[in-house]
Design a protein around this ligand. Structure first.
Ligand code: BTN
Length: 285
């Protein structure tokens, strides 16, 4: 006898199966997947928290070891750069903060956030096959739309950085409607780009494994390789005209390069080169 469509031989109705949802981003799931020696081996996990960066700064000041990771399913006061809010809805994103103790001069701290953006772009390329690029200083973009952001923070004003926190936010399984209306059109996610949900444990593990290698190389060999990799992945090549918000007055000019501390070098119209350690490219002109 021929089975009728929609029924199995035993008479039970076959229901079209939705693809299985990726696993929750829990410490147990991370432990099964993660292959690092230090980064992420201690996880402080929260189903909901104000900001993982804020918590990581507290833990760092209490002496938490290097590589400790604060991980949350949701943030209620996620922090972005320049006092912005980082929208962090439950169960779709990666909201993670790493405690580092690099012991280098504080002026070089931007190198570590620059490195983190490169690491996240490489993780997205390797795990999700996305062509991710870096928009100075720390944005990760796909097709010009932001998919991840990095927030490096340190407390205190020591000459050497005894501890710092690198916060990583990645839009993974967000659909367009998961972003606030006012951001409409600007952010993107792995799911929007590939059309399918992705396992956040797999992506975060990939990111931490690349991070561990790059971090060791940066401390051991200095920034030359990092800067070379950055030049290959920048979304705005030298010669691009930009407007920068850096301090009170916007500055306009032509992008030249970044220096050994990760500061942007901008050729101003008068011909001089301005060094911009912190800021944001607001308008490619
Ligand atoms: C930016 O692009 O403005 C930086 C966004 C950084 C967001 C991450 S999410 C995890 C960590 N905790 C925070 O409060 N912020 C960072």
């Amino acid at each position: 006898m021929k089975a009728r469509p929609g029924r199995q031989r035993g008479g039970t109705r076959s229901v079209p199966q939705a693809p299985p949802l990726p696993a929750a981003l829990t410490p147990a799931a991370m432990q099964r997947r993660l292959r690092t020696a230090s980064l992420g081996q201690r996880i402080h996990y929260y189903t909901s928290i104000g900001s993982t960066n804020e918590r990581a700064l507290e833990l760092a000041s209490e002496g938490a070891p290097e590589g400790s990771l604060v991980l949350a399913e949701r943030q209620t006061r996620g922090r972005g750069r320049r006092d912005r809010f980082w929208h962090s809805p439950p169960s779709v994103g990666i909201y993670a903060s790493l405690i580092l103790r690099p012991g280098i001069e504080s002026a070089r701290a931007p190198l570590f956030t620059l490195m983190a953006s490169l690491v996240v772009a490489s993780g997205l390329a390797k795990a999700c096959r996305l062509e991710a690029r870096i928009k100075w200083p720390n944005d990760v973009v796909v097709r010009g739309r932001k998919i991840a952001g990095i927030l490096g923070e340190a407390r205190g004003a020591e000459a050497r950085l005894s501890d710092m926190v690198v916060g990583i936010g990645v839009n993974v399984n967000h659909r367009s409607e998961d972003f606030p209306r006012e951001l409409h059109g600007r952010p993107t996610s792995v799911r929007i780009e590939t059309g399918a949900p992705f396992d956040r444990c797999e992506l975060l593990s990939e990111i931490l494994e690349i991070f561990e290698r790059q971090y060791a190389a940066l401390l051991r060999d200095g920034p030359a390789d990092l800067l070379r990799a950055w030049r290959g992945l920048t979304s705005m090549p030298p010669g691009t005209r930009v407007r920068l918000e850096a301090g009170h007055e916007p500055v306009e000019g032509t992008l030249q390069d970044i220096d050994d501390d990760g500061a942007l070098l901008l050729r101003e119209d008068a011909g001089s080169t301005r060094r911009v350690p912190f800021g944001e490219i607001v308008v490619p002109l």
